[in-house]
Design a protein around this ligand. Structure first.
Ligand code: PLP
Length: 232
């Protein structure tokens, strides 16, 4: 049965996370990436105790938000257009994909309007062609300083999408670079910045990401199985 299968796959991921070496004593939050998967599957994983779910499309996130329990913490992990911020600003716990001052300004503006605090991560472009979005390593500190001045928006950390690779060890170099950058920005002691989230690692490489200090891993396929884009 589907429910048992999901519970088993989730358990496997949770065990790998629990047993992963954590030389940085990082506590790890599993974000179950539910994009393209039906609400029934999300409910099954929810019933196993998971409360953090990730979506990459505004419309899909809104639809699922309406249908599912309100104690779910929704993570926006996909590219976000400024004109769609208003639809999700009061529905998401964390926006992982902030990659420009313009987007941050709009998030701040909508957060003020709805009297909420927006929690965000700055998305880093690892320099590989597969990370289509995100800011370059050299631009991050300046962007963080600018965003920190805006009202009703709190920078919680950094996020990256590493390239797709057969051997996850190949991505270790990106995770190390991300952690260095993260530590670097913490060291700058920028006002209103409380870096505590390092969102990196997906189904193929989350164990390596945890070994290099990830605090949030975004796992879709490992929990829900392959995505079928033909039906959505
Ligand atoms: C889809 C997606 C994931 C999950 O990918 P899997 O390989 O299925 O685990 C993680 N992060 C982002 C930004 C995604 O778009």
């Amino acid at each position: 049965m589907r429910k048992e299968q999901l519970a088993m796959q989730l358990k496997e991921v949770q065990d790998i996370i629990a047993n992963a070496k954590k030389p940085f004593n990082n506590q790890v939050t599993l974000v179950a990436v539910s994009k393209t998967h039906p609400v029934e599957d999300i409910e099954a994983v929810y019933q196993c105790g998971v409360r953090d779910f990730g979506e990459n499309k505004v419309q899909e996130l809104m639809d699922k938000y309406e249908q599912l329990p309100k104690d779910i913490r929704w993570h926006m992990i996909g590219h976000l257009q400024t004109n769609k911020v208003k639809y999700i600003i009061d529905k998401v716990a964390l926006i992982h994909s902030v990659d420009s001052l313009r987007l941050a300004q709009e998030i701040s503006r909508q957060a003020v309007k709805k009297s909420v605090t927006a929690h965000i991560l700055v998305e880093i472009n690892t320099g590989d062609e597969e990370s289509k979005f995100g800011v370059s390593f050299t631009e991050v500190a300046e962007l963080v300083e600018e965003i920190a001045k805006l009202p009703n928006i709190v920078i919680e950390g950094l996020m990256a999408v590493a390239p797709y690779v057969e051997n996850p060890q190949e991505n270790r170099q990106y995770f190390v670079k991300m952690r260095d950058l993260y530590v670097d920005i913490i060291g700058k002691n920028i006002d209103n910045v409380n870096m505590n989230v390092l969102s990196m690692g997906m189904s193929g490489d989350y164990e390596v990401a945890i070994e290099e200090g990830a605090t949030h891993v975004r796992v879709g396929t490992g929990i829900f199985g392959q995505r079928d884009y033909s039906i959505s």
